[in-house]
Ligand binder design. Structure first.
Ligand SMILES: [Zn+2]
Length: 195
């Protein structure tokens, strides 16, 4: 997920800090764009929590920071799996890094309509109604179950990423008019070889 509220923060962070430990050479995955089938089908549950999965989550964080996003779901790197990473500080605060394996919403409250974007739909944004507060139940990269509550942007990021794991894109929350407009523009870009 991408959000305009954090863009300047991300730019600042990118200029002054390195989110990765120097020893860790991370794989930067290319981001799959709208139109790829993997983005529109539900991911398979994560069943094995091993070193390989931990490495995948580290690579997902690195790929997300490289793309200046605040959330990244496995289908966005071509893997149909129920795992996502979120960091609404854009790498500024290591404690803000959240791995969500097999996440589900256990409680939602309030409503906020805000502009939202997606790394898989670059250049397009739209207003999406999301809960103001959500409580998520998920597993971390070690398989430990936890609950976390998010508010505003964090709640939005959780909902956006869980949607990805269910094969849902933010376009589906827009009015038909707005959605069709974006789809037509993407179609045009694709014809021009720019998508
Ligand atoms: Zn997205």
């Amino acid at each position: 997920m991408r959000d305009k509220l954090t863009r300047s923060e991300i730019a600042n962070a990118a200029g002054t800090e390195t989110p990765q430990a120097p020893s860790a050479a991370r794989k930067i995955y290319p981001i799959v764009k709208y139109g790829a089938a993997v983005l529109e089908k539900p991911g398979a549950p994560i069943k094995i929590f091993d070193a390989e999965l931990e490495q995948l989550t580290e690579d997902m964080f690195a790929s997300m920071y490289a793309a200046q996003g605040v959330g990244l779901a496995a289908p966005q790197i071509g893997l149909s799996l129920r795992i996502a990473v979120v960091d609404v500080t854009g790498g500024k605060n290591p404690e803000a890094r959240i791995v969500l394996a097999n996440p589900e919403v256990v409680h939602a409250e309030g409503e906020v309509r805000e502009e939202e974007g997606c790394l898989s739909i670059p250049g397009f944004r739209g207003y999406v109604l999301r809960p103001q507060f959500v409580t998520i139940k998920a597993q971390n990269a070690k398989g430990e179950t936890f609950e976390i509550r998010g508010e505003n942007l964090l709640a939005r990021a959780f909902c956006h990423e869980i949607d990805h794991l269910n094969g849902i894109l933010f376009l589906q929350h827009l009015s038909m008019l707005k959605r069709d407009l974006i789809k037509r523009k993407i179609k045009k870009l694709r014809k021009q070889g720019e998508w």
